[in-house]
Design a protein around this ligand. Sequence first.
Ligand SMILES: CC(C)(COP(=O)(O)OP(=O)(O)OC[C@H]1O[C@@H](n2cnc3c(N)ncnc32)[C@H](O)[C@@H]1OP(=O)(O)O)[C@@H](O)C(=O)NCCC(=O)NCCS
Length: 178
Amino acid sequence: MTDGVTPDSEVVLETSRLLLRPWRVAEADVQRELWTERDPRVPPHRRIDADGRPTVAELAESIRAHRLWSTGLLAVERKASHDVIGYCGLVDTGRGPAGEPELAFELLRRVWCQGYATEASLAVLEWARSSGHERLWATVWDWNTASRRVLAKVGFTETERKEVDPERGTTLFTVIRL
Ligand SMILES: CC(C)(COP(=O)(O)OP(=O)(O)OC[C@H]1O[C@@H](n2cnc3c(N)ncnc32)[C@H](O)[C@@H]1OP(=O)(O)O)[C@@H](O)C(=O)NCCC(=O)NCCS
């Protein structure tokens, strides 16, 4: 695995099967597909609303406007087929202590269970370590078995901290020391 920072500070990470790199505006349709595939238990503000929003155009504008999509939540591209299958990266949600971002990932359903999230996460953890982070967080719904498994596989452990939502489930806070 190699990782590096391009001259304009955009991040590019490489693993055996994947390239993690900034989103391109033209890939907004992949983000839209991720939105349409979300579990019904995911809160409404992260699901397509009754008016069909966010639209592909709105997601394209978000890619254009927010550095999150070039330096935080990176597009996961398969090297063999050059298709983008989701994102993996770091995001500052403010839920953890200052300077300790969260690992986040989401992939298209058609590529699940092939080890991609694990492979991408390991690359992001290495990037975080080499960038000087000492600890990262990840939050996960208690019912999200696949995500909990990925987090455990890459070394996160569950803490005592939990947030209970009677309708949607319990959010577990997990942590890794790098
Ligand atoms: C979570 C997610 C990214 C995992 O991606 P992935 O590429 O399929 O993950 P991996 O293949 O690396 O690993 C998945 C692991 O979960 C296991 N798993 C998947 N579904 C499972 C289920 N229903 N029950 C038990 N284990 C399950 C797989 O067997 C695998 O573990 P293993 O290697 O020990 O066999 C994907 O499911 C996803 O995008 N989910 C929706 C978004 C999401 O939940 N994001 C995380 C928010 S915290």
